[in-house]
Every structure is written in C-alpha cells, then in structure tokens.
Unconditional design. Structure first.
Length: 154
C-alpha cells in the first residue's frame, strides 16, 4: 500500500511539474489588455497609444519598429476594418515592472477588399507609471490562423 501511495504521489508531482502554468493575470493588469482591444476595435489609434509609455517601442514581426506614442497611433490607424480578439494567458509584476503574454487573432477586410485573418502570440514588457500600468515594449509574432487555442493548462 505504501509503495502504491509513493508511486501515485511521484506521478502526481511529475505531472504537476510538466504541465504548463494555469492562465493567470495579476489583478492590477486585468483591465489593460481588454481596454487595449476595445480601443483597437473602435479604430482609435490615439486611444491604443495611450496604453503605452512615451518611450515605448512596438516590435511587429514585419516592418519597422514603431517608437513612441505618435508612431504607434499612426500604425494602429492602418488597421481600419480589422478587429482583434486578445487573450492574456499570464502575467507577472515585480515592483514597478511587469509583463503579460498571450494569443491574438486579427480578422476583417483590408482597404483593397482582401480578407484579413491571422493570429499569433504577443508579449508586453510593462512599467508602472503615475497613470497606471503602461506597455513599454510590445512584441508579437504570427502563428497559425484559425481559432485561438485554449490557454496553457486549461
């Protein structure tokens, strides 16, 4: 009996260590990504840019890095007719810095009438400012298009 319990406990511990972390976003960061997505889906580049620090950099998988809120707003304005679905998988805070990461899916119609659908993963480095948490670095990459997968561990 004791051997069976030890074997079961060992399997449980190995399984727990090998499983991805449950999706967790600190309460302080819970509104950041939904607010960003709402501004993006409203087509408001300036409102999206307000989620970034003054010296932020947005690093897309293709094209130029946008530096500062003005450049970020101008780039976001290029996405008229496209909507985004975002899922924050997890995040962490360490004093006045933090990070968040997750999955995105963009869908819509480009100015030339071409259907747009792509998805991927994103990660943000964050800073706590007098105005709350802001995105300091924003990087994202393309992944397979289609339905967003469930969060790791769910």
């Amino acid at each position: 009996m004791r051997r069976t319990l030890l074997a079961a406990l060992s399997l449980l511990l190995v399984g727990a260590w090998s499983q991805p972390a449950q999706a967790q976003v600190p309460d302080e960061l819970a509104d950041l990504i939904p607010s960003w997505a709402e501004a993006f889906n409203a087509g408001d580049g300036a409102a999206v840019a307000s989620h970034y620090t003054e010296d932020a950099r947005r690093i897309p998988p293709l094209g130029d890095i946008q530096q500062g809120r003005e450049a970020i707003a101008a780039d976001i304005d290029n996405y008229a007719g496209v909507s985004i679905e975002l899922r924050a998988w997890a995040g962490m805070i360490d004093g006045k810095v933090g990070s968040q990461w997750g999955w995105f899916k963009l869908t819509g119609t480009a100015e030339d009438g071409t259907a747009v659908e792509f998805s991927g993963r994103w990660m943000n480095a964050l800073k706590k400012t007098a105005d709350g948490w802001k995105i300091y670095r924003d990087i994202w990459n393309f992944g397979p298009s289609g339905e967003m997968p469930p969060a790791p561990g769910s």
